[in-house]
Design a protein around this ligand. Structure first.
Ligand SMILES: CC(C)(COP(=O)(O)OP(=O)(O)OC[C@H]1O[C@@H](n2cnc3c(N)ncnc32)[C@H](O)[C@@H]1OP(=O)(O)O)[C@@H](O)C(=O)NCCC(=O)NCCS
Length: 149
């Protein structure tokens, strides 16, 4: 069954904290950081979840109200047992529909092959790197998307 993609609601907070911990381990956002994202939903954040009875994936966008400002994909993840079934793509499709006409940036670890493949499939292109940006010395790759016209 394909999950529904919907905006996150306050009741999703605990599930998001738990799933983020599963997906990112020591790099996970704290419960307080997630609560802060929810506080900013009326300002410049979009949090979408993939829901098939429980939260199995999510994406977080920084979407400033000023059209000229770049959008950033801050986070996207899918529950390990549900990966490679199209949910990440579903989330990104709906997220990018919100970004018509805008420039979207994201940052991804150079060695994160699955995420880089996902982004490349949507037309994100590498535009620069931050050398040795991550703990352990891994590069951060900056990727950009613009709606094809
Ligand atoms: C990156 C991530 C969100 C992808 O989610 P997903 O639901 O597995 O992605 P999809 O099933 O929609 O895959 C879409 C496409 O991405 C690419 N892709 C995804 N996972 C891949 C993998 N492990 N290897 C190669 N390509 C992969 C493929 O092109 C795939 O299309 P295909 O299955 O038709 O070949 C998921 O792997 C994840 O949660 N990773 C951990 C968190 C993370 O690193 N997030 C990104 C950094 S913020």
């Amino acid at each position: 069954m394909r999950p529904a993609i919907r905006p996150a609601v306050a009741d999703d907070l605990a599930a998001l904290v738990a799933l983020d911990g599963t997906c990112f381990g020591s790099e996970a956002w704290s419960a307080a950081a997630w609560a802060d994202e929810f506080e900013r939903l009326t300002e410049d954040r979009v949090v979408l979840v993939a829901d098939d009875g429980s939260v199995v994936g999510y994406v977080v966008l920084l979407l400033p109200p000023v059209e000229l400002d770049v959008v950033e994909v801050l986070r996207i993840a899918v529950a390990p047992a549900r990966r490679r079934t199209g949910i990440g793509g579903q989330l990104l499709t709906i997220a990018l529909e919100r970004c018509a006409g805008r420039t979207v940036l994201l940052e991804v670890a150079a060695g994160n092959e699955s995420a880089r493949a996902l982004y490349a499939g949507f037309g994100f292109a590498e535009i620069s790197r931050r050398r040795g940006y991550y703990a352990g010395g891994e590069d951060a790759v900056i990727m950009r998307w613009r709606e094809e016209t």
